[in-house]
Design a protein around this ligand. Structure first.
Ligand code: MG
Length: 454
């Protein structure tokens, strides 16, 4: 049975993979997955084709016997928060998150506000392939789509209520926001205003094609980063398309990867907010988190790469301080278990206000590691053989083997894992010393050559 779901939801190019036939079948499978009469909140981000996709989904869900509520344009974390807090049985978010503009996608949300788990994805796929649908008669099909335009306001208010507004507003912060011409423009500037922060918005117009690629990577944010010092801003925030990710730019215009931001936020939660718990993250995150949190007696739980799995693991364990991904997805359980660009922004501003230091000074307090990220084209089978060789090569070091192999030593760490979606072996290396990082790459190169050129 082929998989429809990727790492987070179903994705495809609009008009190519995402065509009415597919969308209808998928929505019928989702309709059958939920109980008859279930209340489902549907939202979307601002991608070409999303309005059309939404109408197909909403109509199909009504014919499947569900009660459909339409949130309109909204960030994924806003929809998730409102599904959880307003008693919905589930949600549908139409978005391709950080993918290029021609893509869209469908995320299916459970009543807890988290994307359905892997077992539930299998059930929806089974219904899809076996065409196991529920179609109701004309009386039930007379239900109308109920407009539900409160989602963004409920979300904004909830975030503002979680931080010390007085402390933040006294500082007179000015923050640059780049929502990639997408739904973050509807919430993050409003959150800032309510926190007494002056927002400067770039790429905030939803009526034009996105001015930059939706993924907030250092390469895509070069222009945005320059503007932060130019406008004299305290901080810059760049979201992906559906605003569940936030990448921070300091006042000097330096872009910081999400795992370094998460280390600072975790420290803030413990030291300044007196919160306790374990930190959950994927093996692709930097081990700097362990070095810093060890001193505070906070344990890190290493998991497979994938935010959905991290969110479910935190909910199940019930002992999480926070969770994160290195790509800028930060999760704060007292708000919700999922990635949330809004709460990330608010908590970081509270940290800045508490420490009375510049963002660049806070980031510079973290240990510096040289990073190498690379990938090798090969089948999953060959990639798994390389992983075994790496385990053997580094057998005297601490190994984490839940997703490829992560090697953790005193002055370096590395991760070698097969990609979840493409025929690739992904390699990440971080070392305090640049030479050490290069030598580690040579060792991995040698192991790869032994497998590929045999
Ligand atoms: Mg996203």
């Amino acid at each position: 049975m082929s998989k429809l779901f990727g790492t987070d939801g179903v994705r495809g190019i609009v008009g190519k993979e995402l065509i009415p036939q597919f969308i209808t079948k998928f929505a019928l499978a989702v309709g059958a997955f939920f109980n008859e009469g279930a209340r489902i909140l549907v939202g979307m981000d601002n991608r070409g084709g999303n309005e059309a996709i939404k109408r197909i989904i909403e109509g199909t869900l009504i014919l499947s016997g569900l009660k459909v509520y339409d949130a309109g344009l909204t960030p994924t974390p806003a929809l998730q928060y409102v599904v959880k807090t307003e008693g919905f049985d589930g949600g549908i978010m139409i978005t391709a998150s950080h993918n290029p503009p021609e893509y869209s996608g469908i995320k299916v949300i459970g009543p807890h506000g988290i994307e359905v788990d892997r077992d539930e994805e299998r059930i929806i796929e089974k219904y899809f392939w076996e065409e196991k649908y529920r179609i109701v008669s004309w009386r039930s099909a007379a239900e109308k789509v109920v407009k539900y335009p409160f989602v963004n306001d409920l979300y904004i208010d909830s975030i503002v209520s979680k931080v010390d507004v007085g402390k933040i507003s006294r500082r007179g912060f000015k923050v640059l926001v780049d929502p990639a011409n997408n739904v973050g423009a509807l919430t993050t500037p409003k959150i800032l205003k309510k926190l007494g922060v002056k927002p400067i918005v770039v790429n905030g117009n939803l009526d034009v094609e996105p001015a930059r690629y939706p993924e907030p990577t250092p390469d895509n944010l070069l222009e945005t980063a320059k503007l932060v010092p130019q406008y004299g801003c305290t901080l810059g925030i760049a979201h992906d398309g559906d605003a569940d990710r936030a990448i921070l730019i300091d006042e000097k215009g330096r872009i910081h990867w999400g795992d370094r931001t998460a280390v600072l936020l975790a420290k803030h939660l413990v030291v300044n907010r007196g919160e306790r718990g374990r930190v959950y993250t994927g093996v692709s995150s930097s081990t700097i988190i362990e070095n810093v949190l060890k001193q505070l007696n906070i344990e890190v739980v290493w998991l497979k790469v994938g935010s959905v799995d991290i969110a479910h693991a935190m909910r199940k364990a019930g002992d999480a301080l926070c969770g994160f991904e290195e790509n800028g997805g930060f999760m704060y359980p007292p708000h919700q278990y999922v990635r949330d660009g809004g709460i990330t922004t608010a908590l970081f501003l509270e940290y800045l206000a508490t420490e009375a230091k510049n963002a660049s000074e806070l980031f510079d307090e973290l240990p510096f590691y040289h990073t190498i990220k690379t990938k090798y084209k090969m089948s999953r089978d060959l990639a798994l053989i390389v992983v075994e060789k790496v385990k053997e090569e580094f057998r005297n070091e601490r190994l984490i083997t839940i997703d490829g192999v992560k090697v953790i030593s005193n002055d370096y760490w590395l991760l070698v894992r097969p990609s979840g979606t493409e025929p690739l072996l992904r390699v990440m290396i971080e070392a305090r010393d640049e030479e050490v990082a290069k030598q580690l790459l040579e060792r991995i190169d040698r192991l790869v050559n032994e497998v590929v050129n045999k």
